[in-house]
Design a protein around this ligand. Structure first.
Ligand code: SDX
Length: 437
């Protein structure tokens, strides 16, 4: 952080002593006002529910410019990474700060590949779930359960433990997600195959059966890999902030990542891809494109509680760059599968066109986000709707780990402990039970 030569001065209209606060500049993006000494010097907290104006940390990992619709992983634009790299190269970049050279890429890929199996005992956790359990309920349990198997890598303060648990988590998420899927459809688990790519391996574990071999389709594998790249990290979003806060207690990496999985499940966050596809299917059932006007009217009616899922973003007040890339991927996949007339894709594009012209959305800067098209791509690939968010969690695991490790290595690291504005009852006496109304 670079101290600015401008200071912030806080003054009070009641004549209380004013206070100067340093301002720090990042390499790019908004400056920050350092309020660390505010409570000690004034006895007052800041108040910022939802953290609309709060930077909780400094980071070198992902930069988002919400107005320009720009996103950089360690300085590299995601558009270029999506075109020129694969997901494991992107994992290496997020974890280590630079893209791997050919030798490093080979070694990292080999290391991840050799950790894709899970302990055979893991399958018995699944048996406790109903077959119709939501995959994210299963994933929240399975990821947390990993901490019961790797006592040799649970000390978050040990760099070697952080290194091996990162590899284990990145390597095993595809295996766990495919196990969660196979369990819900009553099919046997498919073991990873070390001669396949990371994304090809995931698709085979998802769609192969012991009865016949599954040969991954290159266009679909590339699309899956691109979905992983686009979802890999996203600055201090809700689930990443959850992982940081959870990890700040010193808990093991598996437990901290399980907390991220649980947070991502929410429909306002990673659960939006499942909700967006369900929304499109609902509109399709209502009558499709002809009924869009009626649906949009419901969205505008605050009392309806209906949101345009897959639209809007806390940071992007322009088109989410991931949505653009996801729409292109959608087009490629549907064409490769001969589904260019897919009614849901047509409906999504018609909905997007109307929303981008309608003042209700334009005035609120509600643009399509990553979740609007990702569901259509995943559905075309054959991923069932309830599994969309588990796929998001698979891809985001590397971002959560990179952010967790950055926090642990930060000189400012301490356990996170926000305060509150207390509005409850002041001290009173306990009412004896016979006098309670
Ligand atoms: C992700 O943070 C991240 O980076 C997340 C993520 C990541 O990669 O980690 O990018 C992934 O979570 C993407 C977002 C997925 N969520 C959705 O698509 C769900 C639908 N969108 C929203 O619920 C909403 O837009 C949020 C939660 C994403 C953002 O909400 P904010 O920033 O708190 O904005 P807000 O709720 O205060 O909305 C501002 C206005 C309100 O109307 P008014 O009070 O001004 O009249 O916009 C309206 C909202 O009612 N609004 C919507 C809307 N989103 C906001 N109206 C209709 N449909 C929507 N989708």
């Amino acid at each position: 952080m670079t101290p600015s030569d401008v200071k912030a001065t806080l003054s009070f209209s009641d004549g209380s002593p004013s206070m100067d606060m340093p301002i720090f500049k990042g390499s790019v993006g908004p400056d920050v006002i350092d309020i660390c000494k505010l409570y000690a010097q004034t006895g007052k907290f800041t108040y910022d529910p939802g953290f609309l104006s709060t930077a909780a940390c400094q980071s070198n990992i992902t930069y988002i410019d919400g107005d320009k619709g720009e996103r950089l992983y360690r300085g590299d634009p995601i558009e270029q990474l999506a075109e020129h790299c694969n997901y494991l190269e992107t994992c290496y970049l997020l974890l280590k700060g630079e893209l791997p050279n050919a030798a490093q890429k080979h070694d990292f890929t080999k290391l991840v590949t050799n950790h894709t199996m899970v302990n055979e005992q893991m399958q018995f956790f699944l048996r406790g779930f109903r077959r119709d359990a939501h995959p994210m309920a299963i994933m929240t349990g399975l990821v947390g359960a990993l901490s019961a198997f790797y006592h040799d890598s649970t000390d978050i303060t040990n760099p070697q433990h952080r290194e091996i648990s990162a590899i284990r988590l990145i390597a095993k998420m595809p295996t766990l997600v495919s196990m969660a899927y196979k369990y819900t459809v009553g099919q046997p688990y498919i073991y990873p195959k070390n001669d396949l790519s990371y994304s090809g391996n995931f698709m085979r574990m998802m769609f192969a059966t012991p009865c016949e071999e599954y040969v991954p389709n290159d266009v679909l594998v590339r699309a899956m890999d691109r979905i992983f790249i686009l979802h890999a990290d996203h600055e201090q979003n809700a689930s990443t902030s959850t992982v940081r806060l959870c990890g700040s207690s010193g808990t093991n990496p598996f437990a901290a990542i399980a907390a991220g999985v649980a947070c991502l499940w929410g429909p306002a966050h990673g659960g939006a891809n499942e909700a967006a596809l369900n929304m499109l299917e609902d509109v399709q059932r209502m009558g499709g494109v002809e009924k869009i006007g009626e649906f949009i009217a419901k969205v505008k009616d605050k009392n309806s509680g209906v949101k345009l899922m897959g639209f809007g973003h806390r940071v992007y007040k322009n088109y989410d760059p991931r949505a653009k890339l996801m729409r292109e991927t959608c087009y490629e996949v549907l064409n490769a599968l001969g589904l260019h007339d897919d009614p849901l894709f047509k409906l999504a594009m018609a909905l997007e066109k109307i929303a981008l012209e309608d003042d209700y959305f334009v005035s609120r800067k509600l643009y399509p986000n990553v979740d609007f098209y990702s569901g259509i791509v995943q559905r075309a690939i054959g991923i069932p709707t309830p599994l969309f968010t588990a796929v998001f969690a698979l891809a985001r695991t590397v971002g959560w780990i990179a952010q967790l490790n950055e926090m642990i290595g930060d000189a400012e690291y301490k356990i996170g402990r926000p305060r509150q504005l207390f509005m409850g009852s002041t001290a009173r006496n306990v009412t004896p039970i016979l006098q309670r109304s």
